[in-house]
Design a protein around this ligand. Structure first.
Ligand code: SF4
Length: 338
């Protein structure tokens, strides 16, 4: 009886994605071979639930809608009422490539293909309001690159919708390095509010703009190393910026979604976790080095966008929709009772 119920439910789920796939031009499970279809015939109800313990739940920009605005940008909570970690953008990894030697997670290709299918069907904020969607495409290439960098600086611990709106106000005001330097700090704060840590980010934008004018002729640096020297810019931003602004794949941009979902999917080598003692002690930089050790380079550019949208819509920080997820039968975290 239970088996019949599970099979029926899986068939409904498979049918839903196949129907959506036809609408969007996605390939069906039959076209993709037996693996994806097999996923769906193994219902996630077959997996016993257990206590939520091994996966850290992050409450960040992806959490609920904003509450009352605060008058400052205190690091303990942001304006959306979400718990925040300090704005530490330069976290040092203790992971080395040797910790990940000749290791790769089970089923990762199948998981990626399933996420691609789900992403085709479910639009995510990052698709229309991500940091590569906020710049003025009529501007010169250097100004476009500058605007991409600013949108990334704003995006840290901030929802895409909030960043996109702030970028619209900045562009209306005139988003060039010269104008940011000329703009009073308090005016800049009001323009970017309510992005997380808006007071500190206003300072960073003004300082970075001055450095860009003094040392780079108003353009942005063309290396991760130089980008990371700018105030308010860390490795995640730098790698995404290299990709979006310079079309150079320098590394994987590991934001909170990529970090969390990699943990849930079991994409981090056991030696790396042992070194940090437990999973929740890993930093985004640990995750980046670990992912880069096994994920083929031609997927590095795609994986950030893929997982960010997946994290915004299905594998959410709180209350992931495991019963709707095509990876339900093969994801270690689907065993957790959320
Ligand atoms: S945690 Fe749930 S939603 Fe996220 S990948 Fe695993 S099964 Fe899918």
């Amino acid at each position: 009886m239970a088996l019949r119920k599970t099979t029926t439910r899986a068939a409904v789920l498979a049918s839903r994605y196949q129907t959506r796939g036809r609408k969007t031009g996605a390939t069906s499970d039959a076209q993709n071979g037996p693996l994806a279809a097999e996923n769906l015939t193994k219902g996630c109800n077959e997996v016993p639930s257990r206590k939520r313990s091994s996966v850290k739940i992050e409450e960040d920009e992806a959490c609920g809608s904003p509450k009352t605005l605060k008058s400052d940008d205190s690091p303990s909570t942001d304006i959306s009422g979400c718990k925040q970690e300090p704005l530490d953008l330069k976290e040092e990894p203790i992971t080395s490539k040797d910790d990940c030697a000749s290791w790769s997670p089970a089923n990762w290709m199948r998981i990626v293909e399933n996420i691609r299918k789900m992403r085709k069907d479910v639009p995510a904020p990052v698709d229309t309001m991500g940091c590569d969607m906020c710049h003025d495409k009529e501007e010169s290439p250097a100004i476009q690159r500058y605007q991409i960098l600013v949108s990334l600086m704003l995006s840290s611990q901030t929802k895409d919708q909030v960043t996109f709106a702030a970028m619209g106000r900045l562009r209306g005001h005139g988003l060039t390095p010269e104008n940011m330097i000329a703009t009073d700090e308090s005016v800049l704060q009001e323009l970017i509010k309510p992005v997380g840590f808006y007071k500190r980010k206003a300072i960073y934008i003004k300082k970075a703009s001055q450095i860009l004018l003094d040392s780079f002729g108003g353009d942005i640096p063309e290396s991760v190393e130089e980008l990371c020297k700018l105030p308010g810019v860390g490795p995640k931003m730098a790698h995404i910026c290299m990709n979006s602004a310079w079309n150079v794949v320098s590394g994987i941009g590991v934001d909170t979604h990529v970090h969390r979902i990699s943990q849930r999917l079991g994409w981090l080598p056991p030696d790396v976790i042992r070194k940090r003692k437990k999973l929740e002690n890993l930093t985004p930089e640990d995750t980046r080095i670990a992912l880069e050790s096994w994920l083929p380079r031609d997927l590095w550019s795609e994986v950030n966008h893929l997982l960010v949208g997946f994290g915004q819509t299905i594998c959410k920080p709180v209350g992931p929709m495991c019963s709707e997820c095509l990876n339900c039968s093969i994801c270690p975290a689907s065993k957790i009772k959320w």
